[in-house]
Design a protein around this ligand. Structure first.
Ligand code: NIG
Ligand code: FE
Length: 420
């Protein structure tokens, strides 16, 4: 059954980010955007067939205009659907009482070391059924979509045992099938040392490497392999071992690096050839330089610094040093309980020194690169998936300037209008 073509026309500014599907954007290229004024897009089925000015497309598709569904984007901006390359989508419960404890002076690591934090969510997630996890994930995916996000990454890591890690990944796969937002999966069995292995963390790392990673690869449960490399969690040596073991099985390395303390996580990401190093609040200059040299994407999570009331990652410095920067919510129940990429983009401008143009690049094409999806999404170009976002602002700077509001007007996912 063929659906009608969709013709979006008269976008005040159409932010195409064209020509950026091969390599993530760095330095000045992060500001280019490739804007077309009075922009238009012709969509057939789930694909962008053509993008240009309204006059160009009206001429090209003259004989078929009467047959198309027309969306008038006058006064609005059109951009690629946002991509969130780092979420902990699948979990049970919530942790607002820890938020209250932190406001009363407790630290994130203290709470975790006393059995709360990741451990609290782990015990709730172990008890939940796969159906309950799917349900909770679908609610969050709705929130992402309403904020203009059309593709996300989702990690396991609240099981810390095989049964629950697997349950999280199969729940993510089901949520992906049931919901318009695409969900790309990452295995993160090494998210914390479970209480059972407190005295012998090396044995837990070996368990993840020997028992879990081969099953993840065999059952094709995930494309990426992530670890929380942090003092008091997993060491750089343990992280190297686990990421290298994943590589041998075809799992692409990612790493939670230098979030709370400097720990040479950025350096390690470059050394193992990770596709991205995430967080980087305390990344060293040397680590940034090594990442730039190897093209490791810095996935920055400004909501985490905001919510943990910590100093933000040095995004400006990373861009100036040539690191390709992407943005993400880190959506999780402890350090960043949000599904709003636009708010992250605003925080990146206010607390990391990114410009509005850089924030858009970081939340679209560079984010797509961070999850190996840049050939399909992240820019408006013929042949790409028709994942598009119309915002109720007349120019892209107003997206950040009018902060703390949801400017979403229309979301198109796989060529279908899913938010209107
Ligand atoms: O990315 N840092 C580790 N993991 C998550 C937080 C998980 C949690 O607190 O539940 C993060 O911030
Ligand atoms: Fe995270």
């Amino acid at each position: 059954m063929h659906s009608k073509p969709i013709f979006i026309k008269h976008a005040n500014q159409m932010i195409t980010l064209k020509g950026s599907s091969v390599q993530p954007l760095t330095k000045e290229k992060m500001s280019e955007l490739h804007i077309i004024e009075d922009g238009a897009v012709w969509i057939e089925e789930d694909i962008i067939k053509s993008a240009g000015t309204t006059a160009e497309l009206e001429a090209d598709y003259k004989s078929r205009l009467h047959d198309a569904e027309i969306i008038d984007a006058s006064g609005k901006i059109l951009l690629p659907g946002l991509v969130d390359p780092h979420t902990h989508l699948v979990y049970a419960g919530s942790r607002e009482e820890e938020f209250n404890m932190r406001l009363n002076g407790a630290t994130y690591m203290e709470i975790m070391n006393n059995g709360g934090g990741i451990h609290a969510t782990t015990s709730m997630t172990r008890k939940a059924s796969e159906e309950e996890l799917v349900e909770a994930s679908l609610v969050r995916l709705d929130r992402f979509l309403k904020h203009g996000v059309t593709t996300i990454e989702a990690k396991s890591g609240y099981g810390l045992d095989w049964e629950t890690e697997r349950k999280q990944l199969t729940a993510a796969r089901k949520a992906d099938e049931l919901h318009p937002v695409d969900v790309v999966r990452t295995f993160m069995g090494a998210h914390a040392v479970p209480a059972e292995y407190k005295e012998n963390p090396d044995a837990f790392v070996d368990l993840v490497i020997e028992e879990m990673l081969p099953k993840v690869a065999e059952e094709k449960l995930a494309e990426f392999n992530d670890i929380f490399c942090e003092r008091g969690v997993f060491t750089p040596e343990q992280s190297r071992k686990l990421l290298e073991a994943g590589k041998k099985l075809g799992l692409i390395p990612k790493i939670h690096a230098d979030e709370i303390e400097p720990y040479e996580g950025a350096e390690l990401a470059a050394e193992v050839g990770a596709i991205s190093a995430d967080h980087l609040l305390r990344a060293s200059d040397k680590g940034m330089e090594m990442m730039a040299e190897k093209g490791v994407i810095g996935v920055l999570l400004p909501g985490t610094a905001f919510f943990l009331m910590a100093e933000a990652a040095r995004g400006r410095r990373m861009i100036d040093k040539g690191v390709p920067v992407a943005l993400s919510t880190d959506c999780n129940p402890g350090s960043s309980p949000t599904c709003s990429m636009p708010f992250m983009m605003n925080l990146a401008c206010m607390h990391m020194g990114l410009t509005p143009a850089e924030a858009i690049t970081a939340a679209t094409i560079n984010a797509a690169h961070a999850i190996n999806r840049a050939k399909e999404v992240g820019s408006i170009e013929a042949g790409k998936k028709a994942d598009l976002l119309l915002l109720n602002v007349p120019n892209y700077m107003q997206m950040q300037y009018h902060y703390g509001m949801n400017h979403t007007d229309t979301v198109i996912k796989n060529g279908k209008v899913v938010v209107k």
